[in-house]
Ligand binder design. Structure first.
Ligand code: FEO
Length: 442
């Protein structure tokens, strides 16, 4: 048995030993220092970890999450250092993405007494992920929600329903007696350091914020809901599924999630004031004149803060931050070779990291002979789940005075919908599984 009681430099990567977090609580995960790209979109300069944990009670052992299939050997080696398979009574899956369930089928074969505990929303995913062999035992599992508990004898695992962080299935598990929060991907990051603990690792603050920005940020509203469950807990240690284990001042990381999830622009706006951001590209000034007229019209409506930006003069990322806080977005582009200008698409393709549900969208632009850009932008806005309440405005070449009045009317209509119409209802992903248009009321 190779059990470390603390993570010294070099750490568990060298000996495949389990690492003790608290009495009878061990890290049995795997290190993946060579990984450079995760899930096609996330970069990591020093790899990641897949953190799995083992909790021992008087009446049995629980395993919380596993590792990706390619690193199952390390996981089983560490597990075997601190428990026998016939002692495992409980397997908790806080999240079913394959980086945490790759070793699950083999673990279930080796631990025939173990019962699976998953969230209700994980049920369909579990069946889709597990492809049983003919000789596997029938798949059985227990679904759990907030407040449900399982006792290991002197050790209590209590579940917290925290969906969409970052999949519908996600939950957290609270080890009551030790004050340990097994948080799944929440509070995690792609940062591989064999010293494991946050007070022993190198500086990973950038990795923590980067992970939040790409994984949790699109689900901010769910982060806020989860924090309502997490913040009251007397947390001594946070054990996420990726990156350092947070034993030194763990509440700092909860606070950081609160900061990152709190809207900023809304605090600066007057009571009830709504915000519209207009972006444009303009080759000869016509679409720019349209944008200015639309701003004038929107401001005539009152109760709205309008910002106007030429995309040619800005970086994409700060604009993404602005859009996240705004209530409406209008995009103007000329048509160039049958398409909108590339910076428009660059901006739109960057919006997948934020929650756009309930925002309004609009498109406009000057064109020479074909004018496809406005319709194409509108389609993309709808694809991103923005509501497009005012038909796109196209003007051929240089706008006349009458056409500029049309632009002002376009701005007034958009602003009027924003000020008087409120935000559209956001349809939850889970609702779509059994919904029709009629019963969604949209
Ligand atoms: Fe680490 Fe969402 O899997």
């Amino acid at each position: 048995m190779t059990t470390s009681s603390s993570a010294a430099a070099g750490g568990p990567a060298d000996d495949c030993g389990a690492v003790e977090l608290a009495a009878g609580v061990h890290w049995i995960g795997a290190l993946d220092p060579g990984l450079r790209t995760f899930d096609l979109i996330l970069r990591t300069a020093n790899g990641t970890t897949y953190n799995s944990y083992l909790v021992r009670g008087d009446d049995g052992v629980a395993v919380i999450d596993t590792v990706k299939a390619e690193l199952a050997h390390d996981f089983f080696a560490r597990l075997e250092g601190v428990a026998r398979y016939d002692e495992i009574r409980v397997i908790v899956l806080n999240h079913l993405e394959p980086d945490h369930t790759g070793a699950l089928p083999e673990l279930m074969r080796r631990a025939p007494r173990a019962q699976l505990y998953i969230s209700k929303r994980a049920t369909a995913m579990l069946k889709a992920l597990l492809k049983p062999r003919d000789d596997d035992r029938p798949l059985t599992y227990q679904t759990v929600g907030t407040g449900d508990e399982v006792s290991l004898g002197g050790r209590t695992l209590r579940f917290l329903h925290t969906p969409f962080l970052h999949w519908p299935d996600t939950q957290c598990t609270w080890l009551v007696e030790e004050g340990v929060l097994f948080s799944g991907d929440v509070f995690g990051c792609h940062h591989c350091d064999a010293r494991l603990f946050n007070d022993a690792c190198g500086d990973f603050r950038f990795a923590f914020d980067y992970y939040y920005a790409h994984i949790m940020r699109p689900f901010k509203r769910y982060v806020v809901e989860a924090l309502k469950l997490i913040e009251p807990l007397p947390i001594k240690l946070i054990a996420p599924t990726h990156g350092p284990i947070l034993r030194d001042r763990p509440r700092r990381y909860v606070t950081r999630y609160r900061e990152l999830s709190t809207p900023s622009l809304a605090e600066r706006l007057d009571q009830g004031e709504r915000s519209l951001i207009i972006f444009y590209m303009s080759a000869y000034g016509s679409t720019a004149r349209m944008a200015e007229a639309i701003r004038t019209g929107a401001e005539e409506e009152g109760g709205i803060r309008v910002s106007l930006y030429d995309l040619e003069g800005g970086e994409t990322q700060p604009f993404v931050d602005l859009i996240e806080s705004a209530d409406a977005l209008a995009l103007g582009s000329p048509t160039i070779n049958g398409d909108a200008a590339k910076p428009i698409w660059d901006l739109l393709s960057s919006l997948t990291v934020i929650d756009l549900g309930g925002k309004l969208g609009a498109a406009f632009g000057s064109y020479g002979w074909s004018g496809e850009a406005v319709r194409m932008i509108e389609d993309r806005l709808r694809g991103l789940k923005l509501r497009v309440p005012v038909a796109g405005l196209r003007i051929k070449l240089i706008p006349t005075d009458e056409e500029l009045e049309e632009c002002r009317a376009f701005g007034r209509a958009l602003a009027g919908t924003l000020v008087r119409g409120g935000r559209g209802r956001v349809v939850e992903f889970a609702e779509l599984q059994s919904a029709t248009i009629e019963n969604l009321g949209v």
